[in-house]
Design a binder for this molecule. Structure first.
Ligand code: NAD
Ligand code: LMR
Length: 336
């Protein structure tokens, strides 16, 4: 007789589930990439009426794939049914930007969605539901969701900058021709936008001679302070240009990384980047959803404290904070 207790299924909401990221994300969740290989899940998929038929198609495919961990599928255009009892909410629903647009250009459409879905989550999600906002402008949508769902603890509302974090790891790994898993502790500061600051000041690379600072191995400050930063900042736009669609498989995979580390913990000595509610750490204005380096334990994130910030970094941290302050004002003007 097996001594292993059956685990209760976790209910995972994916909004915008008939869209591109949704289509990449739901099979990952059903395979255990988000919550672990032993954790059963029930998927709640929300989309809007024009996408209802496509959403049914996704549901059919999920059934056809016969995922052992998938214990149920709710596919609906009813926001209350979608939110009821969910333990994890991945908010992907919204309008993606097209070539030539900045992410904040989709602001007015998307913030009003996040205001209305905030109330549904607040009323119907499970207590302690963890929320990840993916739809752009991700930080500001998350802030609006937080402000219009005052009873959800602010530590439970986050946005996705893990994709930018993973992009930064990828660029260092390509440059040094090392495995991406040997690079760690890059940081994405600030907004998921072209003002974000990908910072390698504290990043390290595992080598045969031990762990070395990435800066020392790259040994090219000009590249690190120029092309590297711009490549990561502009990667979303580069993908839109190439695919004529925004990133989807990498966004879905990074969303799984974000929730997995948040729920199951970050590895010892490793931090990741998450957009979280600022408490004023590193002199970032409190009250913004800002990307910080965090470690996670027992289902809670904490901002890594005490890192030295040089003058170059300081300016970049402040510039992206300033953009977020402006976006916040713009979001409120769209809602009024
Ligand atoms: P998509 O257009 O393919 O899919 C979005 C889906 O959302 C569509 O099916 C649409 O019908 C649905 N939708 C629209 N309004 C909705 C509502 N009120 N409730 C529920 N669903 C709704 O777009 P996509 O490529 O999947 O991208 C989704 C979002 O994610 C975009 O805003 C995009 O810019 C953003 N994005 C963020 C990151 C990140 O790293 N944070 C990365 C990639 C994309
Ligand atoms: C990305 O970073 O790939 C997404 O935010 C899509 C975009 O608009 O850049």
């Amino acid at each position: 007789v097996s001594a292993v207790m059956a685990m209760d299924p976790v209910r995972v909401l994916v909004t915008g589930a008939a869209g591109q990221i949704g289509y990449a994300l739901v099979p990952m969740v059903a395979r255990g990439a988000m919550l672990g290989p032993d954790q059963p899940v029930i998927l709640h998929m929300l989309d809007i009426p024009p996408a209802a038929e496509a959403l049914e198609g996704v549901k059919m495919e999920l059934i056809d794939a016969a995922f052992p961990l998938l214990k149920g599928v709710v596919a609906t255009t009813d926001v209350v049914a979608a939110c009821t009892g969910v333990n994890v909410a991945v908010m992907v629903g919204g309008f993606p930007r097209k070539e030539g647009m900045e992410r904040k250009d989709v602001m007015s459409k998307n913030v009003s969605i996040y205001k209305s879905q905030a109330s549904a989550l607040e009323k119907h999600a499970a207590a302690n539901c963890k929320v990840l906002v993916v739809a752009n402008p991700a930080n500001t949508n998350a802030l609006i969701l937080k402000e219009f769902a005052p009873s959800i603890p602010e530590k439970n509302i986050t946005c996705l900058t893990r994709l930018d974090h993973n992009r930064a790891l990828g660029q260092i790994s390509e440059r040094l021709k090392v495995h991406v898993s040997d690079v760690r502790n890059v940081i994405i500061w600030g907004n998921h936008s072209s003002t974000q600051y990908p910072d390698v000041s504290h990043a390290t690379v595992k080598t045969q001679g031990g762990e070395k600072p990435a800066r020392e191995l790259v040994a090219n400050v000009e590249w690190l302070q120029g092309e590297f930063i711009q490549t990561v900042q502009q990667r979303g736009a580069a993908i839109i240009k190439a695919r004529k669609l925004s990133s989807a498989l990498s966004a879905a995979s990074s969303a799984c990384d974000h929730i997995r580390d948040w729920v199951l913990g970050t590895p010892e000595g490793t931090w990741v980047s998450m957009g979280v509610y600022s408490d004023g750490s590193y002199n970032v204005p409190a009250g913004l959803i800002y990307s910080f380096p965090v470690t996670c334990r027992d289902g809670e994130w904490s901002i890594v404290q005490g890192l030295t910030i040089d003058e170059f970094s300081r300016k970049k941290l402040d510039a992206t904070a300033e953009e977020l302050t402006e976006e916040k004002a713009l979001a409120y003007s769209c809602l009024s």
